[in-house]
Design a protein. Sequence first.
Length: 135
Amino acid sequence: MKEYRFQLEFSVRDYECDMQGHVNNAVYLNYLEHSRHQFLKEELGLNFADFVGRGISLVVIRAELDYKRSLQSGDRFMVGVILEKVSPLRYCFIQDIYLLPEKKLVLKARVTGTAVNAQGRPELPEEISAALNAR
């Protein structure tokens, strides 16, 4: 398992599963998004809603997910998060999901994002730039 900058634990809820009893593939995107928002808040001290209030939207422009195994109702799991700078206006979250307590790899993801201002133009907030340059 990699060394992550941030980790968040979850449990699978019944309603997140499909008819075969496995977590629906789209639900994993929710786990990843919640982990990114918590990372911004808990690790970087940034509030996603504050950016929106300033007219800045943090947006996903690409998501790559490699599914390795399925989660089922009641499973405990962890999402690990690493933030990397891609370019002056783009960043990438490296996110992996592991089944607990075994730490078996469930999913590998690369989620690339940027920010746009109220005029729809790319504009990375100083707080995000600083976090990317600090690493």
